[in-house]
Write a protein that binds this ligand. Sequence first.
Ligand code: PLP
Length: 382
Amino acid sequence: MRQLKLASRIDGIEESATLALNARVKQLAVEGKTIYNLTAGELACETPAFIQAAVAKTLHLNKYTPVAGLPELRQKIAAHARDFYQADWIQPANVVVTAGVKPALYASLLALVNPGDEVIVPSPAWVSYKHLIELVGGTMIETPLTDTFDLDPSTIADHITPKTKLVIINSPHNPTGAVFSDGALRELAERLKTTDIVVIADDIYTKLVFEDCTPLSTYGFNHLVIVNGFSKSQALTGWRIGYLIADEAVAAAVAKVLSHIMGNAAVPSQHAGLAALSHGDKPVMLDVLRVQRALVESGLRAIPKLKYTLPRGAFYFFIDIRAITKDSLSWCEQLLDETGVALVPGEAFGAPGFVRLSFVTDDAVLKSALRHIKQFVEKGPA
Ligand SMILES: Cc1ncc(COP(=O)(O)O)c(C=O)c1O
């Protein structure tokens, strides 16, 4: 067959650095090897029973809803967000319901970024930002986090140019589990005060915090777009349900874009969102995650060559293995082959020399995995 020529915008989209590793994980499991999979980006439990029960009553509903979502859901999200974000300005007209945070991000970028615009993203960073930005013709400008994975406002300010349109802030942060400090966020807001730069707050992990966390909405950013959802708080990753909160003009532009590329979020998923909010969107597994975080911390403390900063949110440790190697990809492959422990190499987030350990699995798996990692590190390279 003659080779079909794809659009050039696809050229820049790389397959995730973790795909090959995931294929290997599956292959080894098929071959009967015991795998300790610490790569997950989603909670391990099933859909909460109260959500299943609520949605079961709505399965006969099959019609399009308004693109921006069911009016009662937008209302509930607005009411919840006014309280959670301590922001009186949030009304239903500021809310657009989306099929998860990814389309909320993509539609915001389509609505705000012109080709050639620059978008600042503190790095290491979640893998999709770069591709989403490049798909709309923008350029991602990476600025490093500090050594303790805090935001560095002065470095961000140093990278501002006349082309800077946006800064994306993700706190709690994937892959590091960091919650950015009050001081750093206050300074960033101060530095952006005289600009028209928009801040997108990717708040997908905002309910998964192990100590109080001040929402970005309280720092007085001139232009704030919040993207959030139920994927991580309610273990609803596969249901594809999230939302965006922005000023009315941005929300209307986003709904206009979505009306052509996606339409409304699936009706049962919108009802899942309603059910979640009727329970206050309380995170389903926070207590368990807290115990698992402590378990991993004590395991890592026993391996001096591995350095870590205790995550204050989300469910990841981002471990510094530079005392051993900067080639985390090879290190992860070797670890997987020899011990069955799967971690995500830092290369996937633009940070070689680090590995991401996700602790959303049961205690027995975590304990065995940590024992294997310790032996692997103590044994040294093959
Ligand atoms: C930082 C970050 N933002 C957004 C998403 C995507 O969220 P959703 O599944 O709701 O699209 C993820 C998923 O892993 C994430 O880690």
